[in-house]
Write a protein that binds this ligand. Structure first.
Ligand code: PLP
Length: 421
């Protein structure tokens, strides 16, 4: 059973000031998880997590992660600005983008972020725009199919992914970068997403470690870091077993000692760029049941919609739901829980067994701390919700206000900012 980190009583008191829908994040959970990650990888001297900003681009959340030692993985100009505003400097930032605009390269270079090149042609572009920085990283795409060792298996198809250099391009690319004066080299790869197996990172690490040794031998470059990127998943469903970061780290260490240490590469730092694993379980979308209808099926309509959380609509993603105050009631009613978009895919849950829901009940949608609010949009004129932080001392802090109609209309030049034409 999944237990929400808020109670009905707490939400009752919050809504007096901040009406639903809103996202709420759990500072305690975020900090404990970040500490567990660092502890697990403490065997590696240079270990660092670069939080994937796109997952939860809120400066207050980012600040917490920075206090826990994390840097930031940025993929756009504005994510760089945001990270810088939070206090990140130079190598506190990785810049992993693709189809990168010139301005983004220039910004990343000017800020001293570690640039992770997505393609061999980007070497020439970067050289023309800014010159090649002393520290540089390349993204590897081994092609073919990726399958984890062990079971259950996770499969993905890198050959269909738009990212990264081929193996031959890596050899050529690193050689060119070396000629252009780069001194410190990194390698990056992201081959499967939301993996629910302790074998994803270890399998990936073996591929990358072997490739790194091989490239070092062929080009003479020395790697200072290997970035295992994101992809560690979470147990969205209550019957799934969560990943164990200690087991994951231990298996990566085995690969490190088997492959890198004997090759004289025992000082290579391990970087990660986790997003989902760092934040998803520590955020919830809280909505109110505002309508019910009974036609061929039974529907509960919320004041939140897919514009607030699009994962169920676009991926059919499962998010667990708790009806607050009814945690122990029998789940003997079958509902579709919907938002109000004029789109039939706007359903947070389909045929879900839940306690009997009355209008006014608070609905907690679990595991939405990553790739939740950040994927919000304004379809149907819907507004993005507020974000709140449940602090370790139990207090509530507003960390992003809800959008208003003025925000929605801000890009239209109505006379005097008024809405009459
Ligand atoms: C999205 C992304 C991540 C984070 O992925 P998660 O699945 O949230 O762990 C890390 N690195 C890059 C380059 C990404 O695009």
């Amino acid at each position: 059973m999944k237990k929400p980190f808020v109670t009905k009583e707490l939400i009752d008191s919050i809504v007096k000031k901040y009406p639903t829908p809103f996202y709420i994040y759990d500072e305690k959970g975020i900090r404990e998880n970040a500490r567990a990650l660092y502890k697990a990888f403490s065997w590696n001297k240079g270990f660092r997590e670069y939080f994937a900003v796109k997952a939860t681009p809120n400066p207050f959340i980012m600040k917490i992660l920075m206090e826990e030692g994390c840097g930031f993985d940025c993929s756009s100009y504005n994510e760089l600005i945001l990270s810088r505003a939070v206090g990140a400097r130079t190598t506190d930032m990785m810049f992993s983008s693709n189809a990168t605009p010139d301005d983004d390269f220039i910004k990343a270079y000017d800020l001293g972020a570690i640039i992770n090149l997505d393609d061999i042609t980007h070497i020439e572009v970067l050289d023309r725009l800014t010159g090649i920085p002393a520290t540089i990283c390349c993204r590897y795409n081994p092609g073919g199919e990726f399958k984890t060792d062990g079971s259950p298996n996770v499969m993905d198809t890198p050959r269909d992914a738009k990212y990264g250099f081929t193996y031959d391009q890596l050899i050529e690319g690193y050689s060119i970068l070396k000629k252009h004066g780069a001194k410190q080299f990194g390698m990056h790869a992201f081959l499967a997403s939301n993996t629910l197996t302790n074998d994803y990172y270890p399998t990936l690490a073996r591929i990358m470690f072997r490739t790194a040794v091989d490239i070092r031998d062929k080009t003479g470059i020395e790697f200072t870091f290997i970035n295992l990127s994101g992809g560690i998943g979470i147990a969205y469903r209550p019957d799934q077993t969560p990943n164990d970061i200690n087991v994951i780290s231990e298996k990566v260490r085995e690969a490190y000692e088997e492959i890198l240490v004997p090759a004289g590469m025992g000082d290579v730092a391990i970087f990660t760029e986790l997003g989902r694993f760092m934040l998803a379980p520590y955020g919830m979308l809280i909505a109110t049941a505002i309508r019910e209808k009974h036609i061929y099926k039974d529907y509960i309509g919320l004041d939140a919609c897919a514009a607030n959380l699009m994962r169920p609509a676009i991926y059919g993603a499962y998010h667990h739901i708790t009806v607050l105050g009814k945690e122990n009631a029998p789940c003997d009613h079958k509902y579709d829980v919907t938002g109000g978009l004029c789109e039939n895919c706007d359903k947070f849950a389909v045929d879900r067994m839940l306690p009997e829901i009355e209008t006014g009940d608070y609905i907690a949608i679990h595991d939405t701390g990553a790739h939740g609010h950040s994927m919000g949009y304004n379809y149907n004129g819907k507004l993005r919700s507020a974000e709140l932080l449940l602090r370790e001392d139990g207090s509530i802090k507003l960390i992003r206000r809800a959008e208003t109609a003025d925000d929605y209309f801000a890009t239209l030049d109505f006379a005097n900012g008024k809405y009459d034409l």
